[in-house]
Design a protein around this ligand. Structure first.
Ligand code: ADP
Length: 376
């Protein structure tokens, strides 16, 4: 039976392991198709392709070792690039953050000839489909493979940024929101005790979705996203004035979320959390008593948002994506595509498909909802 190969690429996201478990178990238990795991994303594929190219014997060995040693690591090449997954290799991994296969960035994959060598390797190994789990960049690489070859390629969106406009949710988003709610809860304790304004910077690349979902779920008083346009000194002063107003009405603290993608006018090289801190602090100092002593503390939350135990929501979505990926692989229409959540249903959309217009609407509806819920 010709195998299906799976890899995780780009930024890691909680839910990747739950997906690997589901895709392997469905392959073995339901469809009786073997699954190969590729380590370190495209880099692992490129490594194995180079090896097979230099030493054609190694390809024969690779095939034998893959088939004869399910679940074993370290047999294929010194860097364990390709392994055959068995039941045990995905045991106990469901909620674990990161990915047991490892993920990586691979600049070489931007080159056509490198991608061609990978296609050749996969064909030589008799792989019937490649499943790529990752974010925007990884799915672009997958689309190119699909366009340039007749291999079956299925993409699975996994990124905490929720910046993919064809799916309501990517794997990892639910967990990252959960982590941010936890973080806000911790910052509130100190903000409240010290009458502080906390400015917390969230991930999300160009998108503000992670920040606005976290704001809605945590009750953070203010959320600033890239979608509102570049922040000028006037806009920042208006935010500070809003905080001042709340403080005057007796409010003791504030949590402000700022998405990493927020731009400034004029442009700034520092993290947004620091730029905003300075703007707020200057404003409060200028205002004099009783605001001049108000402390503003910035924090760039960084990679803690990418880790942690996957939430039940992510584990369930991972299982649903895996089922849809198999459906598409076994379907004879030879359509390539990406699993997606649209109108709360799991489906496959073609590579390079149009954005869902509803996504932007949902985002602005969430902004309005947050504004009204966080009246303070
Ligand atoms: P993410 O998938 O999380 O968005 P990256 O943008 O870093 O992460 O992409 C991950 C990998 O996908 C890159 O290191 C590269 O190997 C591959 N990739 C990204 N963009 C392209 C592209 N335009 N062409 C080919 N491969 C790409």
């Amino acid at each position: 039976e010709s195998p299906v190969a799976v890899l995780c690429s780009g930024g890691d996201a909680p839910g990747m392991n739950a997906f690997l478990r589901a895709v392997v178990r469905l392959g073995l238990n339901r469809h009786h198709v073997p699954v190969l795991g590729i380590r370190d994303g495209y880099r692992g594929l490129v490594r194995a392709a180079k090896l097979a190219n230099v030493d054609s014997e190694s390809l024969v060995r690779l095939k034998q070792e893959i088939t004869n040693n399910p679940g074993k690591r370290g047999l294929i090449d010194s860097q364990q690039s390709i392994i055959q997954m068995d039941h045990a290799s995905v045991s106990g991994i469901m909620g674990k953050g990161g990915t047991i296969l490892g993920s990586a960035r691979c600049l070489d994959f931007h080159k056509r000839e490198v991608r061609d060598s990978v296609v050749k390797l996969l064909k030589d190994l008799g792989v019937r489909a490649l499943v790529v789990v990752g974010g925007d960049g990884s799915l672009t690489g997958a689309r190119l493979l699909a366009e340039e070859s007749d291999l079956r390629i299925i993409g699975v969106p996994a990124t905490i940024d929720n910046d993919l406009q064809f799916t309501e949710m990517a794997l990892g988003v639910d967990t990252a929101v959960h982590t941010l709610v936890w973080a806000v809860d911790h910052f509130i304790d100190t903000a409240r005790s010290h009458r502080r304004v906390m400015v917390l910077e969230t991930m999300g690349r160009e998108s503000g979705d992670l920040a606005r979902m976290a704001a809605l779920a945590s009750g953070a008083e203010m959320v600033i996203t890239p979608e509102i346009g570049a922040l000028t000194a006037e806009k920042m002063a208006a935010y500070a004035e809003e905080i001042e107003g709340a403080m005057t009405r007796g409010r003791g603290h504030a949590i402000v979320l700022i998405a990493e993608g927020v731009k400034f006018d004029p442009p700034q090289t520092r993290n947004g959390a620091y730029v905003l801190r300075d703007a707020f602090q200057n404003y409060f100092e200028r205002e004099g008593a009783p605001f001049q002593d108000l402390e503003v503390r910035p924090s760039v939350l960084g990679h803690l948002q990418r880790g942690g135990h996957a939430t039940p929501g992510d584990c369930i979505l991972a299982a649903r994506f895996a089922e849809e990926a198999w459906k598409s692989i076994l379907n004879h229409d030879n359509e390539n595509g990406i699993t997606a959540l649209q109108h709360n249903k799991v489906t496959i959309v073609p590579f390079g498909c149009e954005d869902m217009p509803e996504r932007a609407e949902t985002s602005s509806a969430m902004d309005r909802l947050h504004d009204d819920l966080a009246s303070w």
